[in-house]
Write a protein that binds this ligand. Sequence first.
Ligand code: DQA
Length: 148
Amino acid sequence: MKIMVINGPNLDMLGVREPEVYGNKTYSDLEKYIEDYAESVEVEVVVVQSNSEGDIIDYIHYALGTQDGIVINPGAYTHYSYAIADALAAVKLPAVEVHLSNIHKREEFRRKSVTAPSCIGQICGLGFDGYKLAIEYLAENIKGEQND
Ligand code: DQA
């Protein structure tokens, strides 16, 4: 079972950016948290981050044929990137959208996700645990033999 975790813009600033919203842990802490959990459930995980929309689209395209599922936190692109939504729809891989913060509890513009309709579901507001739950869901609900 291979899962690609794609993190979008400004997530590399975790630990520095708005700690009252995102907490004090760093992006390296997040990577380690995801990798440790994936290892414990025997999922092969690759964790990537980019601040560029095109790179995120390229990662999604690359996942087709190499990965069994995607966990994606598109950052602010969530709210307006039809290109990322289209890429997820194009590859048709099972995907779960994750947000560290509760996007429904914040500014109005964050309440809408244009990317979530291209995903199986969305988890938000649970911090790092959202990634763990997304991987757990995919590991239990999708077949991984295609890319083993
Ligand atoms: C975020 C929520 C987005 O609204 C924001 O632009 C981010 C992070 C989250 O994980 O809570 O960059 O995706």
